[in-house]
Design a protein. Structure first.
Length: 218
């Protein structure tokens, strides 16, 4: 749907250089990385993996879960045991959802930003699994604002490959999307897709940074 200038309320951001916005989820729309970290830390501790936040933040953010476990198994000299670690994925998913249900991790201003983007096609493009985060998306009330959701289950090659962002743009019919990301892998994926990217260093600042970029027009 498109809007003429005369139909836009002052709170709606008009289209400029971009026709769509493709958002990563964790660390962008929601501040959920600490919850993912806590859930993984709890389920991996019995295996002798004492996961630390600095390591998780540097190495794991932006990775799909199975490659992340393969990376951790290699770091902890447990490569033969990666299949055993993967058996903990359902427990990690349940724990993450419990933590998110206690307090949906939506920073202030995110829903207001989404309401202001009626002139844009919107998609969520995440490296998390559908069963992992779809309940959280529902809890946070995001569904009415987005026309497409791409989970790691929906692609054969996750970020940093461009496939997730190319698929999202194709579903939206988008030609000039802006990719909003917090991880190196996500920025690499967006750039490889040939799209402009916006790097977010703190999800609390995301609404301001996105609004400024769109109003600037590129």
């Amino acid at each position: 749907m498109s809007y003429s200038d005369s139909s836009l309320s002052p709170s709606v951001i008009p289209r400029g250089a971009y026709d769509s916005v493709l958002f990563d989820l964790d660390g962008v729309l929601i501040d959920s990385e600490p919850l993912h970290f806590q859930a993984w830390r709890e389920v991996l501790r019995p295996f002798g993996i004492c996961l630390e936040w600095d390591l998780y933040q540097e190495k794991a953010i932006g990775m799909a879960d199975r490659p992340m476990l393969e990376m951790l198994a290699a770091l902890y000299d447990m490569a033969p045991d990666v299949d055993r670690l993967w058996t903990q994925y359902p427990a990690k998913r349940r724990r993450f959802q419990e933590l998110a249900a206690q307090k949906p991790p939506v920073p202030a201003g995110v829903l207001e930003l989404l309401k202001s983007l009626r002139a844009y096609a919107l998609a969520v493009v995440t490296s998390s699994g559908r069963l992992d985060v779809e309940p959280v998306i529902q809890m946070c009330g995001f569904q009415p604002y987005f026309q497409a959701f791409i989970f790691c289950d929906d692609v054969s090659r996750p970020k940093p490959d461009p496939e997730p962002y190319l698929k999202a743009a194709a579903l939206l019919g988008a030609r000039t999307p802006l990719v909003v990301e917090d991880s190196d892998a996500g920025i690499e994926a967006g750039n490889a897709a040939g799209f402009d990217t916006l790097s977010i260093d703190n999800p609390a600042r995301m609404p301001e940074l996105v609004r400024n970029r769109l109003m600037r027009g590129g």
